[in-house]
Design a protein around this ligand. Structure first.
Ligand SMILES: Nc1ncnc2c1ncn2[C@@H]1O[C@H](COP(=O)(O)OP(=O)(O)OP(=O)(O)O)[C@@H](O)[C@H]1O
Length: 319
């Protein structure tokens, strides 16, 4: 759906993006991850034609973006800016309605869409007449996301959308974001320097360094099949948590004990991650979980069995 081909961009003679190539398939959620200044935002802005590459080409659905008017291009792309970028003198409803207005939707349709988005993003309807400075950071961020989604663009570009939030708010919004039905059919490119966020939200991760791709792949590939020592060192500090977020219970199946007969366990799908399982154990203050796979086979495991299974699973991975 989006193809970036040999793209470079320099500012004042310094390369911000250096011969970068990547592909983002339809409905994929790709995270551009990397240290500050590695060229993530510049890449995102080039996809949206906010910055013109010095070299290389970008295609969306097979069409070179240089051959389209920026207005037509942006009609299909929602953009969530760093620090939300809301217009301070527009109310919440006016901010959300910016693109539908440009597209000349009728008043009723706009009102209905604003109501719908406020509800989906867990904002009280009474907030529609508030101004951005009357909202918390988390609420502003929700409005920023609603605004980007307003005209149903198939592509969503998000630049550090949760970057300015405290940890608790950020985790909550990330969870809501993951659960939002409307996002499931979108192609999303999100910039972050937060490794945990990348592994929580991305199904593809592109690790960048000095304006170039170091590795692009599924979270599991970056953890267990790193293509470069830079990948290993970037993930090292938080490795254990990342492994827990990446490994599915289904992968641990051979090493989990068969379910016992007592059925008063909390039940979890084998498509859940190890992280989900540990959270459920903690939240429900229970000793064991029942894990059920697609064939309705069941296993029972507590903390110790899960840890033993992951240890044995990791021994099978040849790096
Ligand atoms: N308009 C500009 N003028 C001059 N230099 C720029 C401009 N925009 C970006 N740069 C430089 O290009 C490099 C890449 O910047 P970019 O914003 O793409 O990085 P980033 O990975 O998104 O960083 P961060 O995570 O801090 O937002 C940096 O060295 C930055 O200083």
């Amino acid at each position: 759906m989006i193809k970036v081909q040999g793209v470079s961009k320099s500012f004042n003679g310094l390369k911000a993006v250096n011969e970068l190539s990547l592909e983002i398939k339809e409905e994929e959620n790709l995270i551009l991850l990397g240290a500050s200044g590695c060229g993530k935002t510049t890449t995102l802005k080039m996809i949206n034609c906010l910055i013109k590459p010095d070299q290389g080409q970008i295609f969306i659905n097979g069409k070179n973006i240089q051959d389209q008017s920026p207005i037509d291009l942006r009609r299909n792309i929602g953009y969530v800016l760093q620090n939300n970028g809301l217009f301070p003198h527009y109310s919440v409803a006016q901010n959300i309605a910016i693109v539908p207005h440009l597209l000349k939707w009728d008043k009723k349709r706009i009102e209905t869409r604003v109501d719908e988005l406020l509800e989906k993003l867990h904002l009280p309807n009474s907030y529609r007449s508030r101004y951005p400075h009357e909202l918390s950071g988390g609420q502003q961020q929700r409005v920023g996301i609603a605004r980007a989604l307003a005209a149903h663009p198939p592509i969503l570009l998000m630049d550090e959308p949760f970057g300015a939030l405290d940890n608790v708010t950020r985790t909550k919004i990330q969870e809501e974001f993951k659960a939002l039905d409307e996002l499931k059919r979108k192609t999303i490119v999100m910039v972050t320097h937060d490794v945990q966020e990348a592994f929580t939200l991305g199904n593809q991760i592109c690790l960048m360094d000095k304006g170039a791709v170091v590795q692009i792949g599924k979270p599991w590939d970056l953890l267990f099949k790193p293509s470069h020592s830079l990948v290993t060192s970037f993930l090292q500090e938080q490795r254990l948590q990342l492994e827990f977020k990446t490994i599915l219970l289904a992968a641990l199946w051979p090493w989990l004990p068969t379910a016992d007969q007592t059925d008063n366990h909390i039940t979890l799908s084998s498509q859940s991650t190890l992280w989900d399982a540990l959270e459920r154990l903690q939240q429900n203050k229970t000793e064991t979980l029942q894990i059920v796979d697609h064939k309705k086979e069941a296993k029972t495991a507590g903390f110790e069995q899960l840890m033993s299974a992951i240890y044995r699973y990791k021994k099978t991975i040849v790096t």
